[in-house]
Write a protein that binds this ligand. Sequence first.
Ligand code: ACO
Length: 315
Amino acid sequence: MNSVIIGLGGALPKKCVLNCELPKSLDTSDEWIAQRTGIRQRYIACEGETTSSLAVEASKKAMSMAGASSDDIDLIIVATATGDYTFPATATIVQRELGVKNAMAFDVSAVCSGFIYAMDAADSRLKLSKSKCALVIGAETFSRLVDWTDRSTCVLFGDGAGAVVLRSEDSTKGIQSSLIYSDGSGVEHLKTSGGVSTTKTIGSVLMNGKEVFRAAIEKFNESLQMLLSLNCMTIDDVDLLVPHQANSRIIEKLIVSSGIDRAKVLITIERHANTSAASIPLAMSELGAGIFTKKNVVLLSMGAGFTWGAMLLRF
Ligand code: ACO
């Protein structure tokens, strides 16, 4: 049995903030942001929009494409670092809003790698026949976690959500393999300035941008090569590469070092900015049903911890 994606959907907040609007309150420029990161705009949650509301919107679209009802879903995993509350898990709020009765629901905290971690966890349960149909979601409201006076971090992030419905099927399609890793020696390079058990606050994003940049390039390359080798594939066998959207310069370096045809790389950072755990499923959702025409799809992620990983999907 394999875990097969049968539907996907995305959601963005209503408000779009262009780079050129930021210099009103910050010492920055459209030119600096676009040149150093590739970002031109981001979506920012307004009052009433939360991580769970974006997750629910994305999930409804994914379930509609899959033809799945709330009765079909027996597992909900939300990858997020910006949940609605410290507890309960945002996944349980999504469960309530979708009217899902017979399911287990929990959150995964692996920041920008969260979606691949969540997919791996769902895949394990489906393969063990402990669940049959999972809703796997990446959803974030990083705009509420950044310090809007810190130009080195706040310009990088945006809000959004992406969701997929994964069903256990007797098929050669679906998740072929996943490699996920972490290295806690990277904790200090990307973290928040506080938390429940340390400062009793949520803190805000602190980042050693240069070290994160270097590590992202290294881990993207390393995990891509391992995934290809594990599956006896070359880069030419990849039909679509969906890297985490952190910085277009990181993605450019990946294109050059891997030798992949640029047209096969999904890049949404200019419109979405970095939406952390949402970035990969949100990008995939933009293809809609078009994703089913791609045979071999590779997902690549890297985030705080450090955490990183690669996943091969077959459609
Ligand atoms: N506007 C204008 N100037 C800025 C801004 C800004 N928003 N931010 C920083 N600068 C200035 C700095 O103050 C510095 O000025 P100085 O030379 O006078 O001191 C100058 O620009 C260069 O700063 P650097 O930090 O050296 O800029 P760099 O080219 O390294 O780019 C960046 C910074 C974009 C953060 C880059 O390091 C990066 O993308 N790193 C990866 C981090 C990332 O994407 N993190 C997201 C979360 S983790 C993840 O998703 C993997």
